[in-house]
Design a protein around this ligand. Structure first.
Ligand code: ZN
Length: 255
């Protein structure tokens, strides 16, 4: 595979795009918000972009778009600093990205979301968009932290199934993605006691004084490698399968 296939559009020059044979794109949607004392503000963006780039280097014709560094972080704004978009703004940004891609014939898009607050905007924007533009095909990895937990061997995580904002799973992932940006000595979190079947709508300071939930002290690079490898394999197989069926939804998926 050529070098340009590993580049994001941010760093690509025109002739590399033209000769790259791109027929689909991947968009990482992140956030800029406090991730405890031990992880960088760009954690959600960095993790989503890492997954996007790894997948693109293993399949044909997948263009990595510049990542969206801002998401809907209102519920994390009690810790300094969160740069947040409203859900309405994020929906609009997404739809205008879809319009732009579509106008250039890039009608197949994978979204890798890195942040819980973006899920409502991504869900509404993609569904509304597809209802008006059925020719534009969209697939979403909505919550990698939950998907990874389902894919890694049982017993990988020690606390709360690895969940949590800046918790065991996310911190492990960052040890895989950008270890030099992690300060494990500062890691501290708490597992919130929440009801099982009804969602309490919290602001993050109501869950934790540390700006982190779960137990980041249990994070390891190996857990991060397991999560990353599992997610990348899943998405590579997914894209290959979608390409085989020409991104048609009516074709049985298991065939
Ligand atoms: Zn995060």
């Amino acid at each position: 595979m050529s070098d340009s296939s590993k580049k994001t559009l941010l760093r690509m020059i025109g002739h590399e795009y033209k000769s790259g044979g791109y027929d689909k794109a991947v968009l990482a949607v992140g956030s800029t918000e406090y991730h405890g004392e031990h992880l960088p503000y760009g954690t959600d963006t960095l993790v989503a972009e890492h997954i996007a780039r790894e997948v693109s280097s293993r399949v044909n014709g997948l263009l990595v778009l510049p990542s969206l560094p801002f998401g809907m972080s209102a519920h994390y704004s009690s810790f300094p600093v969160a740069v947040t978009l409203s859900t309405e703004t994020l929906m609009r940004v997404l739809k205008e990205v879809f319009d732009s891609l579509r106008s250039h014939g890039l009608n197949r898009l994978l979204i890798v979301n890195g942040h819980d607050g973006n899920i409502p905007a991504i869900g509404a924007a993609t569904r509304e968009y597809r209802a008006h533009h059925p020719d534009f095909k969209i697939a979403v990895l909505e919550a990698w932290w939950e998907t990874a937990g389902q894919l890694v061997p049982e017993g990988t995580f020690e606390v709360w199934g690895g969940l949590g904002h800046a918790g065991e799973g996310e911190t492990s992932m960052m040890l895989r993605v950008a270890p030099s940006l992690v300060d494990l000595k500062k890691a501290k979190g708490v597992v919130p006691d929440l009801p099982l079947h009804v969602q309490l709508i919290w602001t993050f300071d109501e869950l934790t004084p540390y700006g982190a939930t779960g137990d980041p002290t249990k994070a390891t690079k190996e857990k991060g490698r397991l999560m990353s490898d599992a997610l990348v394999s899943l998405l590579v197989e997914f894209i290959e399968k979608m390409d085989e069926r020409d991104w048609e939804l009516l074709t049985p998926f298991s065939s």
